[in-house]
Design a protein around this ligand. Structure first.
Ligand code: ADP
Ligand code: ZN
Length: 432
């Protein structure tokens, strides 16, 4: 049983719906100062759109466009029609502001409820949202989705692990939303408190908002004895609820009745083949207040070819590998932090946190990886620790082609964040 009839649409129905909604989106977007001018300059009108593929006739929108037209330049209606504002968390610079009409908020909540229903959450569940509220969309966005679904919803917010634990226990919480790096931190907090994470009534978690590997998901599932589902979104596209894993846990269905999905080569800007990694480009086709057309997300992923056994035809994207601007260039080699995480988290001796530090050593750039290791290993003698260090460095070399310096540090000694984790510290004097 689907939560939303849109989940059961056929490919043909989706294509027709997308074409119709894209045409309406262009018409709507032209009411905004930004798209109005841009489309007039390019001779674009709603008639430009006959089929979904005509989306490629429209210019791309970048984060810089949003910044240049901050704050109200993309509004397709007067500011008095808007009822909510959010902002991106500013991970990569000046934040951007996003505005929603009442109808947009309703659409967003129903999308989010659809995601949660898909993984078996029901109104009988007690849901705790353990992510930051405020401007971050993972707070209110997920909150209203859970309420729309009918769950008893606890707006716990981020951090304060002691209180999180009390809420989880007192109210028999069965489902949570939690940022993956905080989930691992929270697990070690429970360990310190002498509480077995498996003893909590928890059954399901939505994890997302930051890149994480399959290894991290597995750890979270094992530690808490729950199912954890990848949740993807970005404030420019409302927030969470854009793409979400189904029970198959093999890629995230991107809701194509609400967004148009493209994956392009970030250099040539041409579409890549299904299955090839590129930059995700998204268009809102169900947003009135602030339509955004062909937005370059800077997130790297690929379309998973083939049909999903769950029967939903909304295409699936692979987990996000990182952002185009996350890429580290070291000694001429391109490295993504998630490659480092994948190696580390597949090793049982490695604890829940790590930090990549880039340093200048004379004319050469060096990578140092600080790795928290589990307490039982930390008490071992130098030979055991030395061997572990060498093993990590060798495995890294196989994966990222350079040999990093590896520092083993005690559990809990690296800085941890309650929001998105910062995995890289760049201390280089001269950045490549
Ligand atoms: P910011 O760009 O400032 O971080 P947002 O709070 O809007 O602003 O975050 C959206 C970004 O977070 C996405 O573009 C993506 O890079 C990352 N993100 C969100 N969900 C996931 C996920 N499930 N996996 C990987 N990255 C994610
Ligand atoms: Zn599926």
């Amino acid at each position: 049983m689907h939560f939303d009839p849109a989940e059961a649409l056929s490919r043909d129905q989706l294509n027709a719906l997308q074409a119709e909604r894209l045409r309406a989106t262009v018409e709507r977007a032209m009411k905004s100062p930004f798209y109005g001018k841009l489309y007039r300059e390019h001779g674009i009108t709603p008639d430009t759109i006959k089929t979904v593929d005509d989306v490629r006739k429209l210019p791309l929108t970048t984060k810089q466009d949003l910044r240049d037209n901050y704050p109200y330049g993309l509004l397709a209606a007067g500011q008095d029609a808007m009822v909510r504002m959010h902002a991106s968390s500013g991970t990569t610079g000046t934040p951007t502001a996003i505005f929603y009409t009442d109808e947009d908020l309703h659409t967003w909540a129903s999308l989010m409820a659809r995601c949660m229903h898909m993984i078996g959450i029901r109104r009988s569940d007690v849901f705790q949202n353990m992510s930051g509220y405020g401007l971050f969309t993972g707070g209110l966005g997920i909150h209203y989705g859970a309420e729309h679904l009918g769950c008893l919803t606890i707006p716990a917010g981020a951090g304060n692990s002691k209180r999180q634990l009390k809420l989880l226990k007192d109210f028999n919480v069965t489902a949570v939303h939690i940022i993956p790096s905080y989930a691992l931190y929270f697990a070690s907090f429970l360990e310190k408190e002498g509480i077995d994470p498996k003893s909590l009534p928890l059954r399901r978690a939505l994890i997302g908002a930051e890149p994480h590997t399959e290894e991290v998901r597995k750890r979270i599932e094992e530690i808490f004895d729950i199912k954890a589902y990848n949740s993807y979104g970005l404030s420019e596209m409302n927030g969470p609820g854009v793409a979400f894993e189904c029970p198959e846990q093999n890629g995230m269905h991107l809701w194509e009745d609400s967004y148009i999905l493209e994956v392009i080569d970030p250099a040539s800007l041409e579409p890549v083949e299904d299955g090839q990694v590129g930059e995700l480009v998204l268009t809102t086709i169900r947003r009135d207040g602030m339509p955004i057309v062909r937005y370059r997300t800077r997130d790297l992923t690929r379309i998973l070819p083939g049909e999903c056994p769950c029967g939903r035809v909304h295409r699936r994207i692979d987990r996000i590998q990182g952002r185009t601007d996350d890429m580290l260039i070291l000694k001429g080699v391109n490295i993504y932090p998630m490659q480092v995480e994948q190696v580390l988290m597949s090793m049982p001796e490695v604890g829940s946190n790590y930090l990549i530090v880039l340093e200048s050593d004379g004319d050469m750039d060096q990578m140092c990886i600080r790795v928290e290791i589990n307490d039982d290993i930390f008490v071992e003698d130098m030979r055991v620790l030395g061997a572990l260090q060498t093993r990590i460095a060798k495995r890294m070399k196989n994966e990222i082609l350079i040999t990093p310096r590896v520092e083993l540090v005690q559990h809990g000694s690296l800085p941890h964040s309650e929001g998105k984790a910062e995995r890289v510290q760049d201390m280089r004097t001269r950045k490549s």
